[in-house]
Ligand binder design. Structure first.
Ligand code: ADP
Ligand code: TYD
Length: 205
């Protein structure tokens, strides 16, 4: 028997971390063996890449180079955390995965999208289910900007960027409707969590 892989996606501030925490609590009550992780990050090396990608915006990389860095972080994370956990029959809950690269980098450059997809073929692992928390970009951006941290790169691109992100996430969700479940995030935390748990129970992880 093998474990399973759940990812969460959506624009900045849509409530992914909140929902991941609520799902983790639920799995704990169910005595399920799970690992909670995030991208870019999840390993020592990937966290170093995260720092240079999100905090130190001094390098003026092209979007293609930025894609290579996100993919390098992902490769380390898959090798060291995601694959071993699945082999160990655990449920992996991951805050963002490849769909974020397709949206955040891919929508800015077809070449970046191509590079990302080419490398992703070699990484060779896809979530069993992805929850796209879809919501009003104005509300989400305000939530994200009110949060106290200094990882503000993509949030600082402004509201139009957030609208574009939302549109692109929805497009991918329609293209991969067998994997990506769209969740209406414009509701209470508890309502959103209840729908996610219901979906999980329906696929019997
Ligand atoms: P993300 O991880 O997607 O960036 P967070 O889970 O950190 O988003 O949520 C951003 C902020 O919005 C947090 O302060 C969180 O408490 C709040 N929040 C999350 N979900 C909801 C919700 N359904 N209703 C109101 N506030 C929410
Ligand atoms: P995250 O920590 O999930 O931020 P937030 O809580 O605000 O949603 O992700 C960090 C940022 O990195 C976020 O703005 C999205 C961006 N990102 C990409 O541009 N490409 C990627 O492949 C990933 C995984 C994240």
């Amino acid at each position: 028997m093998k474990g399973s892989f759940i990812s969460f996606e959506g624009i900045d501030g849509c409530g992914k971390s909140t929902q991941i925490d609520l799902l983790a609590k639920y799995f704990t009550t169910q005595n399920k063996n799970f690992v909670k992780t995030e991208e870019p990050g999840g390993t020592l090396g990937s966290n170093e890449i995260r720092k240079i990608l999100l905090r130190e915006n001094n390098f003026q990389w092209s979007v293609e180079t930025e894609t290579l860095l996100f993919m390098a972080a992902r490769n380390d994370h898959v090798e060291k955390v995601i694959k071993p956990a699945i082999e160990d029959n655990k449920i992996v809950i991951c805050d963002r995965f490849m769909d974020s690269t397709i949206v955040y980098q891919g929508m800015r450059s077809p070449q970046a999208r191509k590079l990302g997809l080419m490398l992703f073929e070699q990484i060779g692992i896809n979530p069993d289910i992805t929850f796209l928390i879809d919501m009003d970009p104005e509300v989400a951006l305000n939530r994200a900007l009110n949060r106290a941290n200094n990882e503000d790169r993509f949030e600082n691109y402004g509201i139009n960027f957030q609208y574009q992100l939302r549109k692109n996430f929805l497009n991918i969700a329609h293209q991969h409707s067998e994997r990506i479940k769209i969740i209406d995030g414009n509701r209470s935390k508890e309502n959103v969590a209840a729908q996610i748990i219901e979906s999980i129970n329906n696929i019997d992880l």
